[in-house]
Design a protein around this ligand. Structure first.
Ligand code: F6R
Ligand code: MN
Length: 197
């Protein structure tokens, strides 16, 4: 090791973070990992009875995040990735909880990395629409638009994300009222259908 690297403020340093180019897996100090299992998804799928009959320990999705400043700090950026496992609760694809950002008008970028899925979006008037996500697809999520990811494929589905450090996450609204449409398999293909099933 070159000792001048650590002792001199003028030394050219290594970056705090690296990303595996194929998988976008983040490596470095301060990278956090959170996992959601079926037991953590109470009341989010249309068929609650079907969910309760499945393995509560089954992994639904995991999120890697890099948050270099404290949550809530204005002007900072957070970076991460989400992997949703393949699977369904009855005919509804495994998905993230979904949220709207707590702070108004804080947009976010998502991009497809591996597998295939759907980004479900809902505006303040509860109008829901969806975008297909695939390796290389890029999605600008406008501020005030609720967002959720669903895996419509047979392999793990990974996306990258970049969002404001003061965006915050409001999960209550979605837990109470859900999205106005759900992504379900109809005749072997993913379809957005309105309302509770
Ligand atoms: C950050 C963001 C993503 C999600 C992640 C998990 O604003 O949109 O990093 O947090 O995809 O989804 P949720 O947060 O809905 O459980
Ligand atoms: Mn978000």
């Amino acid at each position: 090791m070159n000792t001048s690297q650590t002792s001199s403020p003028l030394a050219v340093r290594d970056p705090a973070l690296t990303v595996q180019l194929e998988s976008w897996k983040l490596m470095g100090e301060g990278v956090t990992l959170s996992e959601k299992k079926l037991k953590d998804m109470n009341g989010l799928f249309a068929d609650e009875e079907a969910r309760r009959l499945m393995d509560p320990e089954a992994n639904v999705y995991k999120v890697q995040s890099y948050m270099p400043v404290a949550e809530g700090t204005p002007g900072g950026l957070f970076f991460g990735n989400t992997t949703v496992q393949p699977g369904k609760v009855r005919d509804e694809y495994f998905m993230t909880r979904g949220h709207i950002h707590s702070k108004a008008r804080t947009a976010e970028y998502y991009w497809g990395i591996k597998g295939e899925g759907v980004l479900i979006l809902m505006d303040v008037n509860r109008v829901t629409w969806a975008e297909r996500v695939f390796p290389g697809s890029l999605h600008y999520i406008a501020g005030d638009v609720a967002h959720r990811l669903a895996n419509s494929g047979l392999v793990p589905f990974t996306i990258g994300a970049c969002w404001y450090s003061d965006a915050g996450h409001n999960y209550d609204e979605i837990e109470r009222n859900g999205f106005s449409a759900r992504l379900v398999e109809v005749g072997g293909v993913p379809k957005l259908v309105e309302g509770k099933l």
